[in-house]
Design a protein around this ligand. Structure first.
Ligand code: UDP
Ligand code: MG
Length: 312
Protein backbone atom coordinates (compact mmCIF):
# COMPACT_ATOMS: atom_id res chain seq x y z
CA UNK A 1 0.00 0.00 0.00
CA UNK A 2 1.06 3.56 -0.74
CA UNK A 3 0.02 6.53 1.33
CA UNK A 4 -0.85 9.86 -0.26
CA UNK A 5 -1.08 12.85 2.08
CA UNK A 6 -3.21 15.81 1.06
CA UNK A 7 -2.02 18.90 2.92
CA UNK A 8 -4.66 21.60 3.30
CA UNK A 9 -3.65 24.97 4.78
CA UNK A 10 -6.71 26.62 6.31
CA UNK A 11 -7.05 30.11 7.63
CA UNK A 12 -10.62 30.99 8.60
CA UNK A 13 -12.11 28.43 6.26
CA UNK A 14 -15.01 27.15 8.36
CA UNK A 15 -17.33 27.61 5.38
CA UNK A 16 -15.10 26.01 2.79
CA UNK A 17 -13.78 22.98 4.71
CA UNK A 18 -17.05 20.94 4.60
CA UNK A 19 -17.31 21.47 0.82
CA UNK A 20 -13.69 20.50 0.44
CA UNK A 21 -14.12 17.35 2.50
CA UNK A 22 -17.20 16.22 0.56
CA UNK A 23 -15.48 16.82 -2.74
CA UNK A 24 -12.37 14.95 -1.58
CA UNK A 25 -14.45 11.97 -0.49
CA UNK A 26 -15.85 11.72 -4.01
CA UNK A 27 -12.40 12.08 -5.55
CA UNK A 28 -10.92 9.45 -3.24
CA UNK A 29 -13.64 7.01 -4.35
CA UNK A 30 -12.90 7.64 -8.04
CA UNK A 31 -9.18 7.49 -7.33
CA UNK A 32 -9.55 4.22 -5.42
CA UNK A 33 -11.24 2.55 -8.38
CA UNK A 34 -8.22 3.37 -10.54
CA UNK A 35 -5.46 2.90 -7.98
CA UNK A 36 -6.67 0.45 -5.32
CA UNK A 37 -3.23 0.35 -3.69
CA UNK A 38 -3.32 4.00 -2.64
CA UNK A 39 -4.59 5.17 0.74
CA UNK A 40 -5.31 8.78 1.60
CA UNK A 41 -4.48 10.94 4.58
CA UNK A 42 -6.08 14.39 4.87
CA UNK A 43 -3.85 16.69 6.86
CA UNK A 44 -5.49 20.00 7.71
CA UNK A 45 -3.17 22.75 8.91
CA UNK A 46 -5.16 25.29 10.85
CA UNK A 47 -3.10 28.44 10.50
CA UNK A 48 -4.31 30.15 13.68
CA UNK A 49 -7.89 30.62 12.47
CA UNK A 50 -10.08 32.91 14.54
CA UNK A 51 -13.32 31.25 13.44
CA UNK A 52 -14.49 27.66 13.98
CA UNK A 53 -12.25 26.02 11.40
CA UNK A 54 -10.57 23.81 14.01
CA UNK A 55 -13.92 22.64 15.42
CA UNK A 56 -15.11 21.75 11.93
CA UNK A 57 -11.93 19.74 11.34
CA UNK A 58 -12.25 18.03 14.72
CA UNK A 59 -15.79 16.97 13.80
CA UNK A 60 -14.46 15.43 10.58
CA UNK A 61 -11.77 13.62 12.56
CA UNK A 62 -14.37 12.01 14.83
CA UNK A 63 -16.01 10.33 11.87
CA UNK A 64 -12.97 9.71 9.73
CA UNK A 65 -9.61 8.34 10.86
CA UNK A 66 -7.96 9.52 7.65
CA UNK A 67 -8.29 13.12 8.84
CA UNK A 68 -5.39 14.55 10.84
CA UNK A 69 -4.68 18.11 11.82
CA UNK A 70 -2.11 20.53 13.12
CA UNK A 71 -3.25 23.74 14.71
CA UNK A 72 -0.93 26.73 15.02
CA UNK A 73 -0.76 28.92 18.10
CA UNK A 74 -1.35 31.97 15.86
CA UNK A 75 -1.49 32.92 12.18
CA UNK A 76 1.97 32.16 10.75
CA UNK A 77 1.01 32.49 7.08
CA UNK A 78 0.43 29.99 4.30
CA UNK A 79 4.15 29.34 3.76
CA UNK A 80 4.56 28.16 7.34
CA UNK A 81 1.41 26.06 7.03
CA UNK A 82 2.82 24.34 3.94
CA UNK A 83 6.08 23.64 5.76
CA UNK A 84 4.30 22.20 8.81
CA UNK A 85 2.09 20.07 6.58
CA UNK A 86 5.02 18.54 4.72
CA UNK A 87 6.90 17.97 7.96
CA UNK A 88 3.99 16.23 9.68
CA UNK A 89 2.88 14.23 6.64
CA UNK A 90 3.49 10.48 6.67
CA UNK A 91 2.72 9.83 3.01
CA UNK A 92 4.97 8.33 0.35
CA UNK A 93 3.57 11.14 -1.76
CA UNK A 94 2.26 14.53 -0.69
CA UNK A 95 -0.08 16.92 -2.43
CA UNK A 96 -0.73 20.54 -1.44
CA UNK A 97 -4.27 21.82 -1.88
CA UNK A 98 -6.18 24.96 -0.93
CA UNK A 99 -9.26 24.51 1.21
CA UNK A 100 -11.42 26.64 -1.08
CA UNK A 101 -11.57 24.11 -3.97
CA UNK A 102 -9.70 26.46 -6.29
CA UNK A 103 -7.38 23.50 -6.74
CA UNK A 104 -9.72 20.97 -8.38
CA UNK A 105 -9.40 17.52 -6.73
CA UNK A 106 -10.54 15.98 -10.05
CA UNK A 107 -6.99 16.55 -11.39
CA UNK A 108 -5.53 14.25 -8.73
CA UNK A 109 -5.54 10.95 -10.69
CA UNK A 110 -3.75 12.62 -13.58
CA UNK A 111 -1.21 14.22 -11.25
CA UNK A 112 -0.65 10.94 -9.46
CA UNK A 113 -0.13 9.12 -12.75
CA UNK A 114 2.69 11.53 -13.60
CA UNK A 115 4.75 10.62 -10.54
CA UNK A 116 3.70 7.00 -10.09
CA UNK A 117 3.80 5.89 -13.72
CA UNK A 118 5.54 8.45 -15.89
CA UNK A 119 8.65 8.82 -13.78
CA UNK A 120 8.31 12.47 -12.76
CA UNK A 121 9.23 13.60 -9.24
CA UNK A 122 6.42 16.09 -9.11
CA UNK A 123 3.36 17.26 -10.98
CA UNK A 124 2.46 20.92 -10.64
CA UNK A 125 -0.39 23.03 -11.92
CA UNK A 126 -0.68 26.45 -13.43
CA UNK A 127 -3.76 28.37 -14.31
CA UNK A 128 -4.00 29.75 -17.79
CA UNK A 129 -6.56 32.43 -16.99
CA UNK A 130 -7.16 34.72 -14.06
CA UNK A 131 -10.87 34.99 -14.65
CA UNK A 132 -12.81 36.33 -11.65
CA UNK A 133 -9.81 38.17 -10.25
CA UNK A 134 -9.62 41.98 -10.07
CA UNK A 135 -7.85 43.12 -13.30
CA UNK A 136 -5.40 45.32 -11.39
CA UNK A 137 -4.31 42.31 -9.35
CA UNK A 138 -3.77 40.24 -12.50
CA UNK A 139 -1.78 43.06 -14.07
CA UNK A 140 0.60 43.35 -11.13
CA UNK A 141 0.92 39.58 -10.92
CA UNK A 142 2.00 39.47 -14.58
CA UNK A 143 4.52 42.28 -13.99
CA UNK A 144 5.90 40.46 -10.99
CA UNK A 145 6.54 37.21 -12.88
CA UNK A 146 8.17 39.08 -15.76
CA UNK A 147 10.44 41.01 -13.38
CA UNK A 148 11.26 37.89 -11.40
CA UNK A 149 12.19 36.07 -14.60
CA UNK A 150 14.73 38.81 -15.37
CA UNK A 151 16.11 39.17 -11.85
CA UNK A 152 16.43 35.62 -10.66
CA UNK A 153 18.26 32.56 -11.93
CA UNK A 154 15.71 30.34 -10.21
CA UNK A 155 12.84 29.43 -12.50
CA UNK A 156 9.49 30.78 -11.32
CA UNK A 157 6.53 29.92 -13.52
CA UNK A 158 3.81 32.48 -14.28
CA UNK A 159 0.41 31.43 -12.99
CA UNK A 160 1.85 28.51 -11.02
CA UNK A 161 -0.38 27.39 -8.18
CA UNK A 162 0.78 25.83 -4.95
CA UNK A 163 -1.32 22.82 -6.01
CA UNK A 164 1.38 20.21 -6.51
CA UNK A 165 1.98 16.54 -5.89
CA UNK A 166 5.48 15.28 -5.15
CA UNK A 167 7.46 12.30 -4.02
CA UNK A 168 8.84 11.92 -0.52
CA UNK A 169 12.33 12.67 -1.81
CA UNK A 170 11.32 16.05 -3.17
CA UNK A 171 9.25 16.81 -0.07
CA UNK A 172 12.28 16.09 2.12
CA UNK A 173 14.41 18.34 -0.07
CA UNK A 174 11.93 21.16 0.54
CA UNK A 175 12.04 20.51 4.27
CA UNK A 176 15.81 20.74 4.20
CA UNK A 177 15.46 24.40 3.20
CA UNK A 178 14.84 25.80 6.64
CA UNK A 179 14.84 29.49 5.78
CA UNK A 180 12.50 31.70 7.72
CA UNK A 181 11.54 33.97 4.82
CA UNK A 182 9.87 31.35 2.71
CA UNK A 183 8.83 31.81 -0.90
CA UNK A 184 7.70 28.34 -1.87
CA UNK A 185 7.41 28.99 -5.61
CA UNK A 186 11.10 29.85 -5.64
CA UNK A 187 11.98 26.93 -3.39
CA UNK A 188 10.40 24.46 -5.84
CA UNK A 189 12.50 25.89 -8.64
CA UNK A 190 15.63 25.87 -6.49
CA UNK A 191 15.42 22.21 -5.42
CA UNK A 192 14.96 21.19 -9.05
CA UNK A 193 13.60 17.69 -9.85
CA UNK A 194 11.57 16.64 -12.86
CA UNK A 195 8.22 18.38 -12.89
CA UNK A 196 5.25 17.84 -15.17
CA UNK A 197 3.05 20.90 -15.65
CA UNK A 198 -0.70 20.57 -15.95
CA UNK A 199 -2.91 23.49 -16.90
CA UNK A 200 -6.42 24.48 -16.01
CA UNK A 201 -8.64 27.54 -16.10
CA UNK A 202 -9.09 29.58 -12.96
CA UNK A 203 -11.90 28.45 -10.66
CA UNK A 204 -13.47 30.80 -8.16
CA UNK A 205 -13.47 29.86 -4.50
CA UNK A 206 -16.39 27.80 -3.27
CA UNK A 207 -17.14 29.75 -0.06
CA UNK A 208 -15.62 32.36 2.24
CA UNK A 209 -13.29 35.02 0.88
CA UNK A 210 -9.67 35.44 -0.14
CA UNK A 211 -7.12 35.91 2.65
CA UNK A 212 -4.74 37.86 0.44
CA UNK A 213 -5.24 41.58 0.18
CA UNK A 214 -3.47 43.49 -2.57
CA UNK A 215 -0.87 44.83 -0.12
CA UNK A 216 -0.27 41.43 1.42
CA UNK A 217 0.45 40.12 -2.09
CA UNK A 218 2.66 43.10 -2.87
CA UNK A 219 4.74 42.51 0.27
CA UNK A 220 4.91 38.83 -0.60
CA UNK A 221 6.24 39.60 -4.08
CA UNK A 222 9.01 41.78 -2.60
CA UNK A 223 9.84 38.89 -0.31
CA UNK A 224 10.16 36.66 -3.36
CA UNK A 225 12.53 39.06 -5.10
CA UNK A 226 14.76 39.57 -2.08
CA UNK A 227 14.75 35.86 -1.24
CA UNK A 228 15.65 34.61 -4.69
CA UNK A 229 17.68 37.33 -6.29
CA UNK A 230 20.70 39.38 -5.30
CA UNK A 231 20.46 41.42 -8.51
CA UNK A 232 19.20 44.56 -6.67
CA UNK A 233 22.40 44.51 -4.60
CA UNK A 234 24.55 44.27 -7.69
CA UNK A 235 22.44 47.03 -9.26
CA UNK A 236 23.13 49.31 -6.29
CA UNK A 237 26.85 48.72 -6.64
CA UNK A 238 26.65 49.41 -10.36
CA UNK A 239 24.85 52.70 -9.81
CA UNK A 240 27.32 53.72 -7.13
CA UNK A 241 30.28 52.99 -9.38
CA UNK A 242 28.75 54.81 -12.34
CA UNK A 243 28.14 57.99 -10.37
CA UNK A 244 31.58 57.88 -8.77
CA UNK A 245 33.17 57.78 -12.23
CA UNK A 246 30.93 60.64 -13.43
CA UNK A 247 31.80 62.72 -10.35
CA UNK A 248 35.53 62.05 -10.82
CA UNK A 249 35.40 63.18 -14.47
CA UNK A 250 33.46 66.30 -13.48
CA UNK A 251 36.04 67.18 -10.80
CA UNK A 252 38.89 66.81 -13.29
CA UNK A 253 37.03 69.00 -15.80
CA UNK A 254 36.37 71.69 -13.15
CA UNK A 255 40.00 71.71 -11.95
CA UNK A 256 41.32 72.04 -15.50
CA UNK A 257 38.76 74.72 -16.38
CA UNK A 258 39.53 76.69 -13.18
CA UNK A 259 43.29 76.57 -13.71
CA UNK A 260 43.03 77.70 -17.34
CA UNK A 261 40.10 80.17 -17.25
CA UNK A 262 39.86 80.97 -13.52
CA UNK A 263 36.50 80.64 -11.80
CA UNK A 264 34.36 83.66 -12.77
CA UNK A 265 31.04 82.28 -11.49
CA UNK A 266 30.39 80.71 -8.14
CA UNK A 267 28.55 77.52 -9.10
CA UNK A 268 26.65 76.78 -5.94
CA UNK A 269 23.34 75.71 -7.57
CA UNK A 270 25.07 72.96 -9.48
CA UNK A 271 26.88 72.06 -6.29
CA UNK A 272 23.62 71.64 -4.41
CA UNK A 273 22.27 69.48 -7.23
CA UNK A 274 25.27 67.23 -7.11
CA UNK A 275 25.15 66.89 -3.33
CA UNK A 276 21.46 66.04 -3.50
CA UNK A 277 21.98 63.54 -6.26
CA UNK A 278 24.84 61.76 -4.55
CA UNK A 279 23.04 61.82 -1.21
CA UNK A 280 19.98 60.30 -2.86
CA UNK A 281 21.93 57.55 -4.50
CA UNK A 282 23.69 56.70 -1.29
CA UNK A 283 20.44 56.48 0.58
CA UNK A 284 18.93 54.32 -2.13
CA UNK A 285 21.82 51.91 -1.98
CA UNK A 286 21.81 51.80 1.80
CA UNK A 287 18.10 51.07 1.62
CA UNK A 288 18.61 48.08 -0.61
CA UNK A 289 21.41 46.86 1.61
CA UNK A 290 19.14 47.27 4.60
CA UNK A 291 16.62 44.95 2.99
CA UNK A 292 19.11 42.14 2.76
CA UNK A 293 20.52 42.88 6.18
CA UNK A 294 17.10 42.65 7.75
CA UNK A 295 16.49 39.31 6.08
CA UNK A 296 19.90 38.04 7.20
CA UNK A 297 19.10 39.21 10.68
CA UNK A 298 15.89 37.20 10.73
CA UNK A 299 17.62 34.13 9.33
CA UNK A 300 20.42 34.17 11.88
CA UNK A 301 17.89 34.20 14.69
CA UNK A 302 16.99 30.70 13.54
CA UNK A 303 13.43 30.99 14.68
CA UNK A 304 11.04 28.11 14.26
CA UNK A 305 8.89 28.49 11.15
CA UNK A 306 5.72 27.71 13.10
CA UNK A 307 4.59 26.66 16.56
CA UNK A 308 1.86 24.08 16.81
CA UNK A 309 -0.63 24.27 19.63
CA UNK A 310 -2.24 20.87 19.19
CA UNK A 311 -2.32 18.10 16.63
CA UNK A 312 -3.70 14.66 15.93
N1 UDP B 1 -4.10 30.48 3.94
C1 UDP B 1 -3.38 30.14 5.09
N2 UDP B 1 -2.82 31.15 5.83
C2 UDP B 1 -2.92 32.47 5.49
C3 UDP B 1 -3.62 32.80 4.29
C4 UDP B 1 -4.19 31.78 3.55
O1 UDP B 1 -3.28 28.96 5.44
O2 UDP B 1 -2.40 33.31 6.20
C5 UDP B 1 -4.73 29.40 3.14
C6 UDP B 1 -6.22 29.59 2.88
O3 UDP B 1 -6.99 29.10 3.94
C7 UDP B 1 -6.43 28.81 1.59
C8 UDP B 1 -5.09 28.98 0.88
O4 UDP B 1 -4.14 29.39 1.87
O5 UDP B 1 -6.66 27.43 1.82
C9 UDP B 1 -5.17 30.02 -0.25
O6 UDP B 1 -5.68 31.23 0.25
P1 UDP B 1 -6.74 32.09 -0.53
O7 UDP B 1 -7.75 31.19 -1.20
O8 UDP B 1 -7.30 33.11 0.42
O9 UDP B 1 -5.84 32.80 -1.61
P2 UDP B 1 -6.17 33.05 -3.16
O10 UDP B 1 -6.63 31.74 -3.72
O11 UDP B 1 -7.23 34.09 -3.19
O12 UDP B 1 -4.86 33.51 -3.74
MG1 MG C 1 -8.14 30.65 -3.03
Amino acid sequence: MKLLTAIVPCYNEEQAVPFFYEEMKKTIAIFGAKYPDVEFELLFVDDGSTDHTLDVVKELRKADERVRYVSFSRNFGKEAAIYAGIEKSKGDYVVLMDADLQDPPSLLPEMYAAIAEEGYDSAATRRTTRKGEPPIRSFFARCFYRLMGKLSKTEIVDGARDYRIMTRTMADAILSMREYNRFTKGIYGWVGFKTKWLEYENIERVAGETKWSFWKLFAYSLEGIVAFSTTPLALAMGFGLLFCIAAFIMIVVIIIRASIFGDPTSGWPSMVCIILLLGGIQLFCIGIMGQYLSKTYLETKNRPIYISREEV
